[in-house]
Design a protein around this ligand. Structure first.
Ligand code: GAP
Length: 677
């Protein structure tokens, strides 16, 4: 079974040098992480595997490494300065910021439904109605009586400017919308957790949200995941996610002409660097459409609620391809359309993840709903991984960006195209990003299919997938029974502490969190039913739960659990060998036998020019194997006394733990073949 919690991965990453909290000596800096020796290797391997697949193995993709800081005009014309925003509210009680759409989707259904009703019932004659008009597209005519549907559609038509509702009859129209939504088969999802949560959030940032949120009983999420009391909320507003900086020495106040003239943004996506270089790459390498440009690099987003370890961070790495294709009107018989290219990239990218060891049960394709689509997208399919605890999360998005971006950055775009793409003419650009198609004998602005993956997020998914705790041998039955028998005493003792903590009515004065103790008891009780498979889990619970080690029954139980876990279990990262940070570890059976040590070091030396190889003699062989299993090293070599006689060594394979003897002169072939080198 892969990882059960993100905490397991976070602990492993810290313990074994994959990922450390950033700026730790000063208490850390919200959701910035430093990649340690093994994390750097793993992340590099993820990026390398991607590059090999999308650049080296293809004939139609070139690489690029563009600057992180780009002219502000890039982000104005790409639409990011105006629209790369999330809805933000603060709790007046705790001062904590929340992303309103995420906050609403965490609320109980009745709370959101109440809020929705309150919003819809607001008499309104402003443009905020358009969000709700869009909801109507989720109601089919069969779900409505004709007159209701007609009434509701009138609201939609009013938004497009083709119809004027009689203001004195507005209530009739509003009620028709509510009746329709109540009838719709989509109503539960629609009202509680679906599209309308976004619509409500969008509405609220444009109108007065404060009273509505408070009166609907929208609650704050506690640190432990428990819902806290209903909070008072500030007005919702839009918050731009781009980090601002300046080029050159500027001391002007924000928003002044001088400040704006020197303002730059740290790129929130690597894609725009590719669009800026479309013509350079196409001309310098005489590329014909279709072709793509791939780039790996840092991106920065001032996320309102970063979290889940390295899943959502403010600094991260992306692996993006912009694949330039013919616009639909130039596609000839037998050539792929934008729809076909899009489907092909979705398939190829999905298979890339599977090929690196992700199980298909934990990887899915999800079609983005119409109101989720970014401003540039005709269609986007997300690849989502089933993470422990928080569930499905996007690891890659494959979008059909049409000719939006290249048109947005071009001068002299025909009026009709500007209208179609909802773009303003660009008088800042000196380029027209078009292409002369020798087959069609015409110039056009290419369309783009964009597979965009997060490298750091991919690393988390691969770690979760690879993490396994398992028995290496069957522990003695009597010792397992003894642990089972002692667990209730731990739970009883912890429950007593929980009651003591609850006696203090002021939560801020409590030394322990009763909810956390209750969760500990539930987890321990459940894990005990799965012994001996859960030995490592129980060990972690007893070691990590704050204060647990002070409980008398834990003092008795923990050494027994620890000993049995040490003898009979292992943590193993079943990483694909291509991704494994260290490919090979070499051990001498005796660290004080010079000839054995010498051979082991020579073997390490033989491979270190090809891939990361380590030599270790700091513990017994069994412990050395377990240390390498825990970091995902696929092979270990042990040099022993027999080596001195017949020049063979023991090669041990991580997943099966099987050992075989191989002649030393066959090692190079053996490993280079297995690593496809
Ligand atoms: N150019 C398109 C684009 O940037 P996106 O869906 O916003 O699209 C693409 O981002 C990928 O980047 C996501 O699928 C995710 O893997 C990664 N990503 C986005 N925001 C992230 C964050 N705050 N932390 C880590 N990875 C992130």
């Amino acid at each position: 079974m892969p990882a059960r919690s993100i905490e397991q991965i976070r602990n492993l990453c810290k313990r074994r040098g994959f990922v450390f909290p950033g700026s730790a000596a000063y208490g850390g800096l919200g959701s910035f992480w430093d990649y340690g020796p093994l994390g750097t290797e793993l992340l590099n391997n993820v990026k390398r595997a991607w590059w090999r697949d999308v650049v080296y193995k293809r004939d139609d993709v070139e690489g690029l490494d563009a600057a992180i800081l780009m002219s502000r005009k890039v982000w104005q014309h790409s639409g990011h300065e105006g629209t790369f925003q999330d809805p933000l509210v603060h709790s007046k009680k705790t001062g904590k910021p929340y992303r309103l759409d995420k906050l609403l989707s965490e609320q109980q259904q009745p709370v959101v439904a109440k809020l929705f009703q309150a919003v819809v019932m607001q008499p309104s004659n402003d443009s905020r109605w358009q969000d709700f008009a869009r909801v109507l597209t989720y109601v089919t005519p069969e779900e409505a009586k004709d007159d209701e549907y007609a009434l509701a559609q009138a609201i939609a038509r009013e938004q497009s400017g083709s119809y004027q509702i009689d203001p004195s009859n507005r209530d009739a129209y509003v009620n028709a919308v509510i009746r329709l939504l109540n009838k719709s088969a989509l109503q539960p999802e629609c009202v509680a957790f679906g599209v309308t949560v976004d619509a409500i959030a969008k509405y609220l940032v444009r109108g007065s949200s404060q009273n509505l949120l408070t009166s609907a009983g929208v609650v704050e999420r506690g640190d432990t995941g428990q819902t806290a009391n209903a909070a008072d909320w500030t007005e919702a507003r839009r918050f731009n996610l781009m980090f601002v900086s300046h080029t050159g020495p500027v001391e002007a106040a924000a928003g002044t002409a001088e400040e704006l003239a020197s303002r730059v943004y740290l790129r929130p996506e690597t894609a725009q660097g590719i669009f800026m270089n479309f013509a350079h790459v196409q001309r310098s390498l005489a590329r014909k459409i279709p072709f793509g440009i791939a780039q790996v690099g840092k991106a920065f987003r001032n996320e309102i609620t970063p979290g889940n370890f390295i899943f959502r961070t403010r600094e991260f790495e992306q692996m993006e391809i912009e694949f330039f294709i013919k616009p639909p009107q130039f596609v000839r018989e037998g050539e792929k359309t934008d729809v076909q290219w899009h489907d092909e990239w979705i398939k190829q990218r999905y298979e890339w993840w599977l090929g690196l060891g992700v199980d298909g049960q934990r990887l899915r394709q999800r079609e983005q709903a119409a109101d989720e689509l970014a401003h540039y997208s005709k269609r986007t399919v997300d690849l989502e991984y089933l993470f422990p605890e928080f569930g499905w999360g996007e690891v890659e998005g494959i979008a059909n960006r049409t000719d939006y971006d290249l048109s947005a950055h071009s001068r002299d775009v025909p009026e009709a195209d500007l209208k179609r793409l909802k773009l303003e003419p660009n008088s800042d650009s000196v380029e027209k990003f078009d292409y002369f198609d020798p087959d069609a004998k015409a110039r056009y602005i290419p369309w783009v299919i964009e597979p965009s993956a997060g490298a750091t997020r991919a690393m988390l998914a691969f770690l979760c997938e690879a993490y396994h705790e398992e028995l290496t041998k069957e522990p003695p039955q009597a010792e397992v029974e003894a642990i089972k028998a002692e667990t209730p005493a731990v739970i009883k003792n912890a429950q007593k502490k929980q009651k003591d903590a609850e006696k203090e009515s002021d939560p801020s004065k409590r030394k322990r969190d009763p909810a956390a103790i209750a969760a500990f008891c539930t987890a321990l009780e459940e894990a005990a039913t799965r012994l001996p498979q859960s030995l490592l889990e129980i060990n972690a619970l007893l070691e990590d739960h704050p204060g647990a080690q002070n409980l008398e029954p834990v003092k008795k139980l923990l050494p027994k659990v620890g000993k049995l876990a040490e003898d009979c279990t292992r943590v193993v990262l079943r990483l694909h060998p291509t991704l494994a940070p260290i490919k090979l570890a070499v051990f001498p059976l005796k660290a004080n036998k010079a000839e054995i040590v010498d051979i082991a070091k020579r073997i390490k030396h033989q491979f270190q020019g090809f891939f990361r190889t380590v030599y270790d003699d700091s513990a017994g062989i069994g412990r050395l194997y377990r240390r390498q299993d825990e970091i995902g090293t696929p092979w270990c070599i042990t040099v022993d006394f027999q080596t001195l006689e017949d020049n063979t060594v023991t090669v041990r394979e991580r997943d099966s733990m099987q050992q075989q003897r191989l002649p030393m002169d066959q090692l190079k072939d053996y490993f280079l073949t297995r690593l496809h080198m």
